[in-house]
Design a protein around this ligand. Structure first.
Ligand code: NAD
Ligand code: 89V
Length: 350
């Protein structure tokens, strides 16, 4: 049997969270992924990643694109560099996966999508909450029909964990909790209950030492008629802390799904109740409390690899993630105006 061409992968941005991407691509070697090059502006970071993960080190993305015949690049830098790096990939005919947030603004997200379309290159966003083991199990229960049609949900990422220790730049972001983690929970709301017609949002600043909002409470009306509450905060003050778990309550026409701290799922289906532990196991390169998030990187990267190799869009394609990002923009507009806001819609220009 002729082995399918392997996928040559480059990674740009060897920072804090990228370590999980590097481990994940290495684990996916057996499934056709060859991590051949890593790039970081900081030569120490690119050299360390190259040594640990047996790849070639670069400090300039353009040099990497010119020297390496890449099939796909994983952009794991912060959002301010995403548009330029995604454009560089498209100009070199290289598929790209861009970490969340897609970009700092709605307009830049559209530019990234339209640049990829102009160059006919494959584009996805690494939005991994929907790929987490626990959230995939919740989705499988919904798909089984056990709770009928979901019509109400409360999804919450409520933590007081010191996220600023590993990601110090977050303390300076003017748009913080919705753009950094609310974006994940909004994507889960779409994943579980479908698209959104309109929303309203209240934000709060309860941590005096940071620049942006640290708490957001969003109420959404989905086009199905369902209503969801999407909550995100870095200012929770309770023990035990659920970080980095998303707590879930989904009610449907035939039952309900509840996911409590510690990733215990309770399902009621047509008057019958059962409980199940749905959390992630530890991998050789994961550790608590991040292990669920880290494993979600492996699941997400596997999805990206399989979709790219099959020539089909990722479920979190650039175009799909625009629908999640639109909810972020609508939430900020609602918080600023006090109005119910319908999310913006991308009208393709190309
Ligand atoms: P980081 O600052 O630790 O790492 C980014 C790296 O990119 C730095 O080492 C920097 O030198 C490098 N870099 C920047 N511009 C570059 C360029 N033009 N060329 C080459 N290298 C460049 O950032 P981080 O905390 O790892 O976050 C990176 C992204 O991952 C952010 O968008 C963040 O929101 C996201 N993130 C996602 C998750 C998740 O998927 N659940 C979790 C944490 C962070
Ligand atoms: O997962 C993320 O995007 C991180 C968080 C602190 C929310 O875990 O930024």
């Amino acid at each position: 049997m002729v082995e399918k061409k392997r996928t040559r992968i480059g990674l740009i941005g060897c920072g804090f969270y990228a370590q999980n991407h590097l481990h994940a691509w290495t684990d996916l070697k057996a499934e056709g992924a060859d991590l051949v090059a890593v790039c970081d502006l900081d030569p120490n970071k690119s050299a360390a990643a190259a040594l640990q993960f047996d790849a070639k080190a670069y400090t300039d993305a353009k040099a990497m694109f010119q020297a390496e015949a890449l099939d796909l690049v994983d952009i794991t830098t912060q959002m301010g560099s995403h548009k330029a790096l995604a454009a560089l990939a498209a100009e070199h005919g290289v598929a790209a996966v861009v970490q969340k947030p897609f970009a700092p603004s709605w307009g830049e997200c559209i530019d990234i999508v339209e640049t990829a379309k102009r160059h006919n290159t494959w584009l996805a966003v690494h939005e991994n909450f929907r790929f987490g083991t626990a959230m995939r199990r919740v989705r499988s229960v919904i798909d089984s029909g056990a709770i009928g049609t979901p019509n109400w949900a409360r999804l919450g990422f409520r933590t007081g964990y010191d996220v600023f220790k590993g990601q110090p730049y977050l303390a300076n972001e003017k748009r913080l909790v919705i753009l950094d983690v609310g974006i994940h929970v909004l994507d889960l709301a779409r994943f579980f209950l479908g698209e959104v017609d309109h929303l309203s949002c209240e934000t709060q600043k309860r941590i005096p030492t940071i620049a942006g909002e640290d708490t957001a409470t969003i109420m959404m009306r989905h086009t199905s008629g369902a209503v969801s509450l999407v909550e995100s905060t870095y200012a929770a003050r309770k023990i035990p802390d659920a970080f980095p778990e998303t707590l879930v309550e989904i009610e449907g026409t035939e039952g309900a799904i509840i996911v409590t701290r510690g990733e215990t799922m309770q399902v009621t289906t047509q008057g019958i109740f059962f409980e199940e532990k749905i959390g992630s196991a530890l991998l050789p390169w994961t550790s608590r409390p991040w292990h669920g998030s880290q494993e979600a990187v492996l699941h997400a990267n596997r999805h990206m690899l399989e979709a790219f190799r099959a020539g089909r869009p990722a479920s979190t394609s650039g175009e799909d993630n625009l629908k999640t990002y639109a909810l972020v923009e609508a939430a900020y507009e609602s918080a600023a105006t006090g109005q119910k806001i319908r999310p913006p819609v991308w009208i393709p220009r190309v």
